[in-house]
Design a protein around this ligand. Structure first.
Ligand SMILES: [Zn+2]
Length: 88
């Protein structure tokens, strides 16, 4: 018997959105270097973050959408979900 053609799928594209989105990011203050674990909102980007240690209002670097992309250990959920193995 011959194998049906539709079985011959060798490459499967796994989008990152199928994977678990990391919601905790360790934010490091650029002023006092104190790190704090923060929970990221899934539906929005957090543009400002006030450092609990020195009171500095941290803003994202140019080109970044939120403080987590600039200073966090994990980029924000929308960025995580936008990535896939095919770059689309
Ligand atoms: Zn600080």
């Amino acid at each position: 018997m011959r194998t049906p053609q539709w079985v011959r799928i060798s490459h499967q594209c796994y989008k990152k959105s199928d994977m678990e989105t990391i919601l905790k990011s360790i934010l490091t203050c650029p002023n006092c270097n104190v790190s704090k674990e923060e929970t990221m909102p899934t539906d929005a980007c957090q543009f400002f973050h006030e450092c609990a240690s020195c009171g500095t209002v941290v803003k994202p670097l140019e080109g970044d959408c939120c403080v987590f992309c600039s200073y966090g250990s994990v980029p924000c959920p929308p960025i995580q979900q936008a990535q896939s193995c095919c770059g689309k």
